[in-house]
Design a protein around this ligand. Structure first.
Ligand code: RIB
Length: 301
């Protein structure tokens, strides 16, 4: 077992406003939806809370506004048992995500980044001590890219593993790929970063080869309701998804990453980690909402 099991998540914090609809509206269309829910979200926050609920020792760094949403988010993270002592404040409003979820549980998300977009390279410098002390740094792409690069580089140079969930996909500097220990793109993101459309095992392997050729050590590609394909130094393997009735797939990928993080710092193999993460995300999709739907360790068992 690893002695240092500290997980540091640096990323976004949002308040999610979700409407359940039968189908997702087309451009210009108004639909009468169903239930409305407001809850805690943001890919960074979801991954931090998921890792914490699954037993991780997690510090979360994000930037929220000096407003009610920001205050409520921090209170929520404290209740979850995250170390929130280094959360930053911005004069911009806290991040908000508008989400629509259809009858099959598929979603459409639009994010007003607000304070998330105000994270600076100086902010990353100010938490360099946390980066150096971590066992694993977890990053996503809901904060400015230069900050993601800076954090990944600092971690890599300090011998700290970096898990990058490249969501939402955006252009990344070539340099970043060699700092990544584990990258977890979904099919769309895989195509975005490699130009290889991913629809089966063979195309997934091709896309992973491109990423690994650019310097990423290991890749676990999530393939929605099919499961995930891993291309790692341990070998290539497929982990089938559990067959469940999806109500809302929001935060399924975040749960997957949070669970992977916990399993990795506990010294589990990536194969075991993928199995654990698959079980955890199968629980998330059966409930509405982002953080409300994240499972606890005893439920995953
Ligand atoms: O991955 C789901 C998350 O994406 C939501 O919680 C929303 O806030 C957006 O960041």
């Amino acid at each position: 077992m690893n002695e240092n099991q500290k997980i540091l998540v640096i990323g976004s914090s949002n308040t999610d406003m979700t409407v359940k609809t039968q189908t997702l509206p087309r451009p210009g269309e108004t639909l009468i939806g169903g239930e409305f829910k407001m809850g805690a979200g943001g890919k960074g926050a979801n991954q931090a809370v998921a890792a914490r609920r699954l037993g991780g020792d997690v510090t979360f760094v994000c930037k929220v506004g000096r407003d009610l949403f920001g205050d409520n988010s921090i209170k929520g993270y404290e209740r979850e048992g995250l170390d929130t002592s280094r959360i930053l404040r911005s004069d911009k409003p806290s991040g908000v995500a508008l989400i629509m979820v259809d009858a099959k549980g598929e979603n459409c998300i639009s994010v007003a980044s607000g304070a998330n977009s105000d994270i600076t390279e100086a902010d990353i410098d100010s938490v360099s001590d946390l980066i150096r002390e971590a066992s694993l740094l977890v990053l996503q792409l809901e904060m400015p890219t230069p900050c993601v690069l800076k954090a990944a580089k600092l971690a890599f140079e300090s011998g700290v593993k970096v898990l990058l969930n490249p969501a939402p996909a955006c252009a990344l500097p070539d340099e970043i790929f060699r700092y990544i220990f584990l990258m977890t793109p979904n099919q769309t993101e895989s195509e975005f970063f490699t130009g290889v459309p991913v629809h089966d095992e063979e195309s997934a392997a091709k896309a992973a080869e491109v990423l690994r050729g650019r310097g990423v050590k290991d890749v676990i590609m999530t393939m929605g309701s099919k499961g995930s394909m891993a291309f790692t130094e341990e070998g290539a393997f497929f982990t089938p998804a559990r067959k469940v009735q999806a109500v809302d797939t929001t935060a399924a990928g975040d749960t997957f990453c949070g669970a992977l993080a916990v399993a990795i710092v506990e010294g589990k193999s990536l194969k075991e980690a993928a199995g654990f993460a698959t079980a955890a995300s199968a629980l998330t999709v059966q409930k509405m909402g982002a953080q409300e739907s994240l499972p606890y360790r005893n439920e995953v068992k």
